[in-house]
Design a protein around this ligand. Structure first.
Ligand SMILES: CC(C)(COP(=O)(O)OP(=O)(O)OC[C@H]1O[C@@H](n2cnc3c(N)ncnc32)[C@H](O)[C@@H]1OP(=O)(O)O)[C@@H](O)C(=O)NCCC(=O)NCCS
Length: 155
């Protein structure tokens, strides 16, 4: 039978699978950890990808300025990558950003080619305001950040 794939706004029931996903990637040093309490507070900024009712991906928006928003905590579970789910989540997040009149969507990432395929361009990190870096105090690599900044301007 064909698997049913859904990309939707996250609800409070999704906190645990999102928490586990982020924990896994943060242990590998490719995401910043998020506590369950923070996820509960910010759940309305999250979207999830589901296959046959099981959450296999997530991503969130974090408003950083009048028009600027960051895609954070974007991840697809091992075994489900390369099926277009990450792109689906990015598309949903971009759609949501537009609805909120946030026309500059950025991300800090190691997955540059993935973001290029999704219409982002590589930019200098220095163009972003101070607020982008507030989360970095929680990162072990804060003084040697090797992530690449990508940006998509919506019209
Ligand atoms: C990055 C990530 C979200 C991509 O999700 P995904 O579901 O595997 O991506 P998709 O299947 O939608 O891929 C879309 C396109 O990008 C390509 N792509 C995906 N990951 C890629 C990578 N690491 N390098 C190069 N190209 C990549 C795919 O081949 C596909 O191209 P195609 O449409 O020409 O076939 C996923 O690999 C992931 O969870 N990575 C670990 C966490 C992470 O680094 N998140 C980013 C934090 S900002």
């Amino acid at each position: 039978m064909q698997a049913v794939t859904v990309c939707r706004q996250a609800t409070i029931e999704d906190v645990e699978p999102i928490y586990i996903m982020i924990e896994n990637y943060s242990r590998q040093g490719i995401m910043l950890p998020r506590s369950r309490a923070v996820l509960e507070r910010q759940i309305h900024d999250f979207v999830v990808a589901e296959i046959d009712g099981i959450v296999v991906g997530c991503g969130s928006l974090c408003k950083l300025g009048e028009e600027l928003v960051e895609i954070r905590s974007l991840g697809i579970a091992e075994g489900y990558k390369g099926r277009g789910l990450g792109s689906m989540l990015v598309e949903q997040l971009v759609h949501e950003a537009k609805k909120r009149s946030l026309f500059k969507v950025m991300a800090l990432t190691y997955e540059v080619s993935f973001f290029l395929k999704n219409g982002f361009t590589v930019v200098e990190k220095e163009i972003f305001p101070e607020k982008v870096w507030t989360d970095c105090v929680n990162c072990a690599k804060q003084h040697a950040c090797d992530e690449i900044a990508v940006l998509k301007i919506l019209n």
